[in-house]
Ligand binder design. Sequence first.
Ligand SMILES: [Zn+2]
Ligand SMILES: [Zn+2]
Length: 255
Amino acid sequence: MKQLFKFFLILGVGTILLSRCERDLPSLPDPEKKVVIKPNDFLSGENYDQLTVEIVSVEGYQPTGETINNLKAFLESRLNKSEGIVLAPALVPSPGKAVYSLDDIKEIEQEYRTQFPDPEEKKLTAWFFFADADYAENEDDSKVLGIAYGPTSMVIFEETIREFSGGRGQPSIPVLETTVTEHEFGHILGLVNNGTKMVVNHQDDIANGKHCDNQDCLMYWAAEHSGPLINFLTGGKIPPLDQNCLNDLKNNGGK
Ligand SMILES: [Zn+2]
Ligand SMILES: [Zn+2]
């Protein structure tokens, strides 16, 4: 297995994924506004008391309203943002890619991202791109559904999500979308051992990356072919954070 994929959370045949490269990756596009953002900035209200999440989708590939509402509730339940959390959807034309590399995704962020963290205003921002094609580095029998690739940056492979949801024996589209978007945001919040210190050790086998060792947790990494998570999702439930993950967030300034 390629090294890169060890960091991926695979959802059955499908997949999720995430994070490891987060800290090394790109600076924010606007050099004037370049600031270093850490998970604590999201969790606590000390440096930032408001959050705007840009959700930029290729036309026709936007998340469901239910997913947006779920993500907002998830963030409000964990983040201390007394001045509020705003999710700001926008649409862009298709870039016309057959598949997306991470470089492609970063270029799209450079082109379309409009909101950046502003420490003076205590305003924090995050960015999601909902893509209309698969990730370029999928393996034959598994696909990446999302990646947290920067301190405030995430991509969701919406076309891929739809391939693995909404059909017979599959989770509903909102359940899979919500699971992946919340999971990616979990990495931005520093889970697991990804910028937020563990209160007790609950990181899964290191080969599985920055993930939780509880297979019922949102931050669990599911092995490529075992599909426990996708089976769980088929039951129509979005996995919650387990107590260890919740404790980590609280210990780093979250609710
Ligand atoms: Zn993950
Ligand atoms: Zn957990």
